[in-house]
Design a protein around this ligand. Structure first.
Ligand code: DC
Length: 229
């Protein structure tokens, strides 16, 4: 008998806690966590390495034809990103690559290039997939769709703490400006802009701790699986 696969789509703006929460939810339900932002970051790194100018879609399009972007899972079950076979997991987390990822993710050629890869992951296994267009474009038939958000100040504080902990010398003002700029770019772009998918449940984590946010999302998933399983 064919195994049933479930899919949970989690979309939302930068710094809403998507990856931490999605990873915890995946673990709770025994699903694979798929971080699609990391895949866009990998393309952003590739564009930076070959010296594409920001916004130069023709150059990025030419680059894609020879590009091998893949994900795998490490010994602890963590997602790892590969660019032409090289493990770039640690190289894609800088503020510069955040900007590059936002830039390339607005390009229809990049979205088209990554679409089938993301969909096939959802077909092969039960997933909690997070991104910006998972419920709207990548997995429109996901069993459960969640839009995870928080106010911009709270998101900036969280991202600031993460970057400082990673040893990056950023200021809170800089992070806030970056998040506002990325919000603007991600919601206003023509190609798959960030929006609440039809049927998605909105979870606002502004006033929730991480543990409370995880419980809130797990509650939505349990209720949804109970109804659909
Ligand atoms: O979630 P993140 O910060 O790692 O995402 C990096 C960039 O990629 C961000 O600007 C939004 C974009 N992105 C996207 O357009 N679609 C996705 N499914 C995931 C990320």
């Amino acid at each position: 008998m064919e195994e049933t696969h479930y899919s949970v789509a989690i979309d939302g703006p930068s710094g809403a806690g998507k990856s931490t929460i999605a990873r915890a939810v995946a673990e709770r339900f025994g699903f694979r966590y798929v971080d699609t932002g990391a895949i866009y970051r990998t393309v952003g790194l590739a564009a930076k390495r070959v010296g594409c100018a920001m916004g130069d879609e023709a150059a990025v399009k030419a680059l894609l034809s020879g590009l091998d972007v893949n994900i795998g899972y490490g010994v602890k079950g963590e997602q790892r990103e590969y660019l032409n076979g090289e493990d770039v997991t640690e190289l894609i987390r800088t503020p510069e690559i955040s900007k590059r990822a936002s830039d390339v993710s607005a390009m229809p050629c990049v979205r088209a290039f990554l679409l089938e890869m993301q969909r096939s992951l959802g077909r092969r296994m039960s997933v909690v997939m997070d991104g910006r267009d998972i419920g709207t474009v990548v997995l429109p038939d996901a069993n459960i769709k969640i839009f995870l958000t928080a106010n911009v100040e709270r998101r900036a504080e969280r991202r600031y703490r993460e970057l400082r902990e990673a040893g990056l010398p950023v200021s809170l003002e800089e992070v806030l400006r970056d998040i506002e700029a990325r919000d603007e770019h991600d919601t206003k772009r023509a190609a798959a802009p960030l929006s609440v998918a039809p049927g998605a449940i909105v979870v606002d984590t502004s006033d929730l701790t991480l543990a409370e946010s995880i419980e809130a999302v797990c509650g939505v998933v349990s209720a949804g699986l109970g109804a659909k399983a």
